[in-house]
Design a protein around this ligand. Structure first.
Ligand code: GN1
Ligand code: MG
Length: 359
């Protein structure tokens, strides 16, 4: 049992994560109530779930004191969820079927949106990511255990894709999709950019830091009362990595106002205006620690992470949708189409984006 006061009055699904199962739990006492987040960790994705809890403990031990210290002088109360232990003092529970459950505090009176609302929203998302990066920028890059080895190593996804393409079922799926061959060609054309970040790392131009790993728009909480960003959630992928992946991932999800699930590809666009709003918010905190070499790769990060996610969706579709949860059979195919379309739109803005980030 988790160590919470009172009695649960409701347990209901929360959010629309593609990996873990997430529930809102409300516990009431005779005079108050507490909202909590209960999650079942997807052990097909997170093979060593104990490590993500160990990471969360280390991360929150580093971040919470800083946030508390800032509270008196900042323009907002920054928040980060906290682990609720079991009554026995453990960070998670393993049930009889081997499922792993954990409970964390809920960032209350705040909303995580699936789609961007306006420029001000994009700007706040930038502030939140920049603040997060600044807060962890003094953590050693090996302070956390890598929970998903190869997570943003684009070459490893390409290799997986190459393997799955050899299978009969995958070939049939390519043939059946009206745009199957075009999608394969789209990937082929971009093969040369895939090792870009590993090469830059190997040359020592950029270095590993602590990254969030999944800072998409619906992991950024906006205060219902003030409209300000207040927290970044979904901390399981926080790990050694590059800030670039976070920067790119946030932008690809924020600057496509149609969102990840759009079925009308005409609506998938890249908004330069939203991108600039996000980046100006991000730089409020990030300007002090980003190096000139790191800035040089910001455009490449947006393009590559969008391509990578499209590749991951397409590869999963070809493999029979075994990784990302789906509500209909072609969902991962459609998600891939959206990311590839967005990648093309980003490429069309290359010159202005490069100029904007390096000036
Ligand atoms: C997954 O589970 P969720 O929705 O927070 C995925 C991310 C993708 C995202 C795309 C561990 O995140 O990498 O960018 O879907 N997380 C993992 O929506 O694979
Ligand atoms: Mg996630």
């Amino acid at each position: 049992m988790f160590d919470v006061a009172g009695y649960p009055v409701v347990v209901q699904p929360l959010g629309c994560g593609n990996v873990n199962d997430t529930y809102l739990v409300v516990c009431r006492t005779a005079f108050a109530e507490e909202q909590l987040v209960l999650q079942r960790i997807n052990q097909r994705v997170f093979k060593k779930p104990e490590n993500i809890m160990l990471n969360l403990r280390r991360l929150t031990a580093h971040v919470h004191p800083k946030l508390e210290f800032e509270s008196s002088e900042s323009d907002r109360i920054w928040q980060m969820p906290k682990i609720i232990q079991t009554r026995e003092g453990n960070d998670f529970i393993k049930d009889a079927s081997g499922n792993m459950w954990r409970m964390i505090t809920k960032i209350a009176s705040a909303t995580a949106f699936d789609k961007v609302r306006d420029s001000a929203h994009a700007h706040e998302c930038g502030i939140v990511l920049g603040h997060f990066h600044r807060t962890v920028s003094d953590m050693a890059s090996d302070a956390l255990i890598d929970p998903l080895p190869g997570f943003h190593v684009t070459t490893s996804y390409l290799q997986k894709y190459d393997e799955v393409r050899l299978e009969g079922e995958a070939q049939a799926r390519v043939k059946t999709a009206p745009d199957g061959v075009a999608l394969v060609e789209f990937i082929e054309k971009r093969r040369p950019i895939v090792p870009l970040f590993q090469d830059a790392l190997a040359r020592g131009e950029i270095s590993m830091r602590i990254m969030h790993g999944d800072p998409k728009i619906n992991n950024i909480m906006i205060d219902d009362y003030t409209g300000k960003g207040t927290s970044i959630i979904d901390l399981d992928t926080v790990s050694p990595g590059l800030f670039h992946f976070d920067f790119g991932d946030a932008i690809r999800s924020i600057c496509n106002p149609a969102g990840e699930e759009e079925s009308d590809l005409e609506k998938v666009v890249f908004s330069l205006e939203l991108c600039k709003s996000f980046a100006s918010g991000y730089m409020k905190h990030a300007a002090e620690f980003l190096t000139a070499a790191e800035r040089n790769y910001l455009y490449d990060a947006i393009r590559l992470i969008t391509f990578e996610l499209g590749l991951r969706f397409f590869q999963d579709y070809l493999a029979g949708s075994v990784y990302f949860k789906t509500q209909y059979p072609e969902q991962n195919l459609n998600r891939a189409r959206v990311q590839f379309r967005l990648c093309q739109a980003i490429e069309a803005h290359e010159a202005s984006l490069r100029k904007f980030f390096t000036e």
